[in-house]
Write a protein that binds this ligand. Structure first.
Ligand code: SF4
Length: 415
């Protein structure tokens, strides 16, 4: 295995949640009082194995560290802060972005202060909605007030680079005012907002309820309306829609996710985490106990790996590039592919600007179909030609790349 020395972006998974939300199929372990020391020890051991085995070598200075879950705010905050020691001096560089995800109900003043002291400089809150009925339906443990308080608590501790997650596309039977939620979110003045379209995932309580006809999922037209309303509302408030599900005030785009979308190598540690480097992808055991025991036994959390071939890499490259506002380099398109992009432009699905093709919000709603259409055009002209970023396969938060073509449903990830 070839060792790499340029990994600058790291994801660490913290799998514990006090309760499982009705729609969640993430790598989660339900545990109200997780053993934080055991979690940290497993992460440390795995990192030592990864570096010792020559799988990956971290760059002398990391650019980003992202701790996702699960609910990292459920862990003893001292252990989260100690991650700085696990990664050493590489986290003490100017511009280093250290994000940790939190749920409002467990994000106390103590958590905020400890995280800030340890070097955490960005917090991503799983807010989802400000409607009591919607939060209860989802199985969330916090109230709308908790979300407001959590944002203020972070600021009081000196962390002002904040993101909030909202879910749209809830079943019509759930009492929820999407416009009101967006307006409430804007009052918090968080510089970053992520949107998630609710999807029904196999094996979840939601999937069972849908299967038994107790719940009717959101129809396509309302899904579309809610997404477009959010895109318009947030753009009007000054947020740049820089990726299909992410919005940021100037200067506040997530550096971690952006690096992954651009095909930079990244290392994932913890159960269910994915990694990508040197054209190869690998992922860890999904279950916490299986992962932990394997790491204790062998040092490695590895479960599987793959190296996408040129065609798969091209398809994924197109998909990744089209996710972002930056889009796809027009120079990489031949006449056939270029005429496809022109047709999209005529239909209001794409724009051509600054030497690139990028999708509009209407186009993002069709991301998978458009990716396949463009890839088919490229296939006809150059069966193995590269386009867009190299073959990484998706967002890293939430444990690494998620399945491609999960759409409709903007990024589906850990909250
Ligand atoms: S959605 Fe988030 S908080 Fe809810 S169970 Fe899944 S990871 Fe935990």
């Amino acid at each position: 295995m070839k060792a790499l020395t340029d990994v600058r972006n790291v994801y660490v998974h913290a799998p514990f949640c006090a309760r499982r939300c009705c729609y969640c199929d993430f790598a989660v372990e339900v545990d109200r009082r997780p053993d934080s020391a055991e979690w940290l020890a497993a992460v440390r051991t795995e990192l030592e194995w990864v570096e010792g085995s020559g799988t990956v070598s971290l760059a002398p200075s990391l650019e980003t560290l992202y701790v996702g879950g699960g609910t990292p705010s459920l862990l003893d905050p001292r252990r989260v802060a100690e991650l700085a020691g696990v990664f050493g001096h590489s986290t003490r560089t100017p511009g280093f972005e250290w994000t940790v995800e939190a749920n409002p109900e467990s994000f106390t003043g103590r958590v905020a202060r400890r995280w800030a002291e340890g070097g955490v400089n960005r917090v991503s809150f799983g807010v989802q909605s400000f409607s009591r009925a919607a939060l209860r339906w989802m199985g969330r443990l916090h109230s709308a007030d908790d979300a407001d308080v959590a944002v203020e608590t972070a600021r009081a501790a000196g962390i002002s680079n904040l993101s909030i997650d909202l879910i749209f596309g809830l079943p019509a039977a759930v009492s929820r005012d999407w416009k009101g939620d967006l307006e409430h979110a804007l009052t918090l003045r968080a510089p970053h907002i992520s949107l998630y379209g609710l999807t029904v995932e196999k094996g979840t309580p939601l999937a069972r309820a849908v299967g038994e006809r107790r719940v009717t999922p959101c129809g396509e037209s309302r899904y579309r309306e809610e997404y477009l309303l959010a895109a318009e509302t947030l753009a009007r408030a000054g947020y740049e829609h820089y990726e299909l599900s992410n919005f940021a005030l100037p200067g506040f785009a997530s550096r971690h996710n952006t690096a992954c979308w651009q095909g930079a190598p990244y290392l994932g540690l913890g159960n269910g985490a994915h990694s990508y480097a040197g054209g190869r992808r690998w992922w860890n055991e999904r279950g916490w106990a299986v992962y932990r025991d394997q790491v204790i036994r062998t040092g490695s959390g590895l479960s599987g790996e793959e190296t996408p071939g040129p065609r798969q890499a091209r398809l994924e490259g197109v998909w990744l590039a089209l996710r972002t506002r930056k889009g796809l380099r027009a120079a990489g398109l031949d006449a056939v592919a270029s005429s496809v992009a022109d047709r999209w432009k005529t239909r209001g699905l794409a724009e051509r600007k600054d030497g690139a093709v990028h999708l509009t919000p209407k186009g993002w709603l069709l991301l998978d179909a458009l990716t396949l259409e463009l890839d088919a055009a490229l296939e006809r002209s150059d069966p193995e030609g590269p386009v867009g970023p190299p073959g990484a396969s998706g967002p890293v938060d939430g444990g690494g790349p998620r399945e491609i073509f999960k759409y409709p449903g903007v990024r589906h990830e850990t909250m």
